[in-house]
Design a protein around this ligand. Sequence first.
Ligand SMILES: [Zn+2]
Length: 490
Amino acid sequence: MGETAERPEPTAVRGEEAQRIKREVLGIGDRRKHRTREARPLRPHVKEPHTHHRLYRFRFYPTEEQARQLERTFGACRWVYNEGLALRSEAWERHRVRVGFAETCRALTGWKRAEGTAWLREVSSTVLQQSLRHLDQAYKRFFISGARHPQRKRKGRSRDAAVYVRTGFRWVEDPKRPGTGLITLAKQSRPLDVRWSRELPAGVVPVRLSVTRDRAGRYFVSALVEERMAPLPAVFAPGTQEPKAVGVDLGLAALVTLDDGTKYDHPRLLKRYAEKLARCQRELHRKARGSRNRQKVRQRIARLYALISDVRSDMLDQLTTRLVRENQVLVVEDLSIASLLRGAHGTGSRRKARLNRMITDAAWAELLRKLRYKCAWYGRTLVIVGRFFPSTRRCSACHAQGPKMAVSVRQWTCAACGAAHDRDVNAAVNLRDEGLRLYKLVTDALPPGHTVPPVLKASELEAWSPAASSAAGRGARTDGPSAGMPVEPV
Ligand SMILES: [Zn+2]
């Protein structure tokens, strides 16, 4: 809540005076050039039905020349971001003038002409504009959703990233192997050496590319494409007209438990990495600050983190794809409550336990993210059950509510009906039943011709009461791509 105090109070300087300050004090160029051009109305981009944004990530190996050019690009993006941030905050703090995205872009034109910063011209201007766009988005998050004030980007601390919009790269598809091809970035003479681990949809031109270098020194190019993805045929429970549903319990003993008793844990590989990571971290604390050896251990840790996240991502991709293919309705609990419930769990040192917990939390968050967008892609529904639903304490056989249970209790017997339960399987069954109940509530209230939205959140379902059903058809989020779009946060 500390941010609210920093929020600028609404006493902005406007009109002629603001224009003068921007021009004479802040050195933001005039808009006249753009005024002479006839304003063309913006054509809204109409997406075809069933097309979704999808991100494909590939590793690439830059030549020495490309690596140098990218190094300059990353540096310039950081510099422009920081300069834009300084301009916007100075304009406000000193002169009470608001500076927006378009004005930072005009200021960028000035910086490129300036004597000391002519090196900016070696970097594609659309890439630098994207950097200013990210700054603008960070400001919007600050003003609208109460995020913290944008921070300066620091070398070695912030992620190295550059975003190329459609005019910033050339794409030539390989006719022999559609979906792969040559990517040439602006200001570079040769195409990137991309390892095509899979194909893009054939005949599709990427909407934009983002080029990143992680802390382990690996380069990636992520292509955002608009892909047509037909919903999968509906699946019904065997021998019925009921949609097939699955309850997914997020736990600590097993990462994921399904209502049919299947349990998924972290792959063993991941545990071994986690142990290695804990060792490295202990080692790091023994090395002197700022020493060369400390730097080396830091690199090793970065590589391990990268490995862990790759292994985790692969495993979760397989799991979520399977779940989405085989079920029509997928039910999970609200993640906030799931992480609240986790006690101090884990064996070994506190540091290792903390690492395990961190990995588990990250896996849950990623699992939900993947389920969200895959449900939207394939015409499934993800139901997020409310945080007050007693999934663990309720007996799934007779619905009697038992007493609160310690995290260590793995098995219990219902006092009312005598049914013996595995803690997690019982919770998954409860989730499935509750999710199906909510799902039916929505389908019954749905006006004809409407499809069920890909995500139903119990806490937002009041709008679905039969009385409000007509409003709900419009109000509810019926198109998923923006909600679950797997786009990297930049
Ligand atoms: Zn019972």
